[in-house]
Design a protein around this ligand. Sequence first.
Ligand SMILES: [Zn+2]
Ligand SMILES: [Zn+2]
Ligand SMILES: [Zn+2]
Ligand SMILES: [Zn+2]
Ligand SMILES: [Zn+2]
Length: 163
Amino acid sequence: MDDVDMEISNSKDDVKLKCKMCLKVLNKHNKNEILIQCGTCNGNVHPSCIDLTLDMVPHIQSYAWQCTDCKTCAQCHDPADEDKMLFCDMCDRGYHIYCVGLRRVPQGRWHCQECAVCANCGSREPGGANSDRNSVAQWQHEYKKGEKNTRVYVSTLCVPCSK
Ligand SMILES: [Zn+2]
Ligand SMILES: [Zn+2]
Ligand SMILES: [Zn+2]
Ligand SMILES: [Zn+2]
Ligand SMILES: [Zn+2]
């Protein structure tokens, strides 16, 4: 399967890649949707078939993403303890809660250390660039109102920038 990236003729519809979840070329709304490829099994999946949003796609494509079947912890590379695994809401990397120093799965959004950056000042610490490592500051996620009163994620700020 090394030549999946090689040129595939787009003139014939029957060579189009299928999603390994729904086994179709088009997504569940019968629309064209980008397929993301697992770096482990090379399987292709529609982001919507595994409840990922399209704004995650550029982050997912920036590394060797793993599908649900292949998912291992990005910290210890162990696939065990699936029920203690936490998924980044930006890049979908999986982490055991104990591998990132948490006792339980946090409420709401969670960004892994690769993705946790203040959109305003670029700080990698939730308490801001000058905070000490022991601060209890939490990342401030900003939302706007979307369709049907849904919350649409906009950006993440450190505590000083969100004030
Ligand atoms: Zn699908
Ligand atoms: Zn896979
Ligand atoms: Zn782990
Ligand atoms: Zn991430
Ligand atoms: Zn900031």
